[in-house]
Ligand binder design. Structure first.
Ligand code: KG4
Ligand code: ZN
Length: 346
């Protein structure tokens, strides 16, 4: 294994590849910040019919999409292979059959093009989505609420790629709860954007759902199964589900879940006194959550959210971005064996 000297790595264009779930994505990012291209092909339409991602269907779509998506990312960035300094790929966590398509493709390309390959943890990618297009100076420690369909964590970023997990979900992730509630209400998949749209027309006080804050030992952990069951009980009691009732249920659920996310984040900000607070992951696209967190953190810590909504949900720019800072911290191994894992510590 050869470790290249960091000094040679100051200006780097990295081609990132992300296939951990149902998005096939490739992007070219310079120095972890400047996004030259960010291409995403989604197999969402196929999963809407089944109300969730079917792993084999997602993997088959990745195989169809991966080569054209990478070509397009290079094309839109206006670069050829000679200008790419390294490849980066998501190795975990995610659907193994989906991850394998990205990793296999990245390894083959790295071998053919004789480029180093950087394996990136998906949650590190979400965290580094906040650095894309960032112009302001970064101040550590940073408290990050990263909240998606597959994960829901409070992370203290003490320096680049120095992660300390201070909280996690004990059952469902918030995005998963959005998806499950949408399924109960027959609204389709993914649930987050649909619930938030329906919530705009609903009354958030129509139903009083629990805001599980947990005991002192779990004050930075989350649990959404009780909230999900409470929504299910109301749905089962309904004689008929008019548009109005569905809107009210969506608004009341969104109010409860965003209260928990925002309150825990504020609690952690008061305890750990970070220099910055970041929101990341698919659920950070939720406008109601963004507004609530902005209000509640005012006067406590400066808040950053991904500069574009497209950087909240799965994309490859965040993988290329995280890879750059990973290389700055740990160096660049010429040949890195990449193992795929459905779960792996950050
Ligand atoms: O980060 P992401 O694309 O994939 C995972 O890593 O899981 O996040 C997808 C999740 C889904 O559960 C989706 O319902 C949720 O993020 N999501 C939202 C919104 N947009 C996406 N949840 C609430 N409000 C939204 N606007
Ligand atoms: Zn994700």
């Amino acid at each position: 294994m050869i470790v290249l000297p960091i000094s040679k790595l100051q200006v780097m264009k990295i081609l990132g590849i992300e296939t951990s779930c149902d998005e096939t994505a490739a992007a070219v990012v310079e120095n972890g910040i400047r996004v030259h291209s960010n291409v995403i092909a989604s197999s969402l339409d196929l999963h809407t019919k089944t109300g969730g991602v079917v792993p084999e269907v997602a993997a088959r779509e990745h195989i169809k999409q991966i080569t054209p998506v990478i070509d397009q990312a290079l094309d839109e960035a206006g670069v050829n292979w000679d200008e790419i300094d390294a490849l980066a790929v998501t190795f975990a966590p995610g659907l193994v059959s989906s991850l394998l398509v990205g990793v296999n493709t990245a390894q083959a390309l790295a071998y053919i093009q004789q480029k180093p390959l950087v394996p990136v943890h998906h949650i590190a990618g979400h965290i580094y989505a906040n650095f894309l297009e960032r112009e302001e100076l970064v101040q550590f420690p940073i408290l990050v609420l990263t909240v998606s369909g597959g994960h829901n964590e409070l992370i203290l970023l003490k320096g680049h790629h120095e992660f300390e997990q201070i909280g996690e979900t004990l059952d469902d992730a918030a995005g998963e709860a959005f998806d499950k509630v949408a399924r109960m209400l027959n609204l389709g998949y993914p649930g987050g954007p649909i619930i938030s749209k329906r919530a705009e027309k609903g009354n958030p006080e129509a139903f009083l759902f629990p805001r599980p804050m947990l005991d002192k030992n779990n004050q930075f952990n989350f649990s959404f199964s009780g909230l999900k069951s409470a929504v299910l009980r109301e749905v089962q009691k309904l004689q008929s589900s008019s548009d109005e009732v569905v809107n009210d249920l969506a608004a009341s659920f969104q109010e409860a879940i965003t209260d928990v996310l925002a309150d825990k984040l504020v609690l952690a900000a008061k305890e750990f006194k970070p220099k910055e607070v970041h929101l990341a992951g698919g659920v950070s696209a939720n406008q109601h959550l963004r507004k609530k967190v902005t209000e509640r953190l005012s006067g406590i810590a400066p808040l950053h959210m991904p500069k574009k909504l497209i950087y909240c949900t799965d994309n490859a720019a965040m993988i290329a971005g995280a890879a750059y800072f990973q290389v700055q911290k740990r160096g660049l191994k010429k040949w890195d064996k990449v193992e795929v894992h459905s779960q792996a510590p950050l």
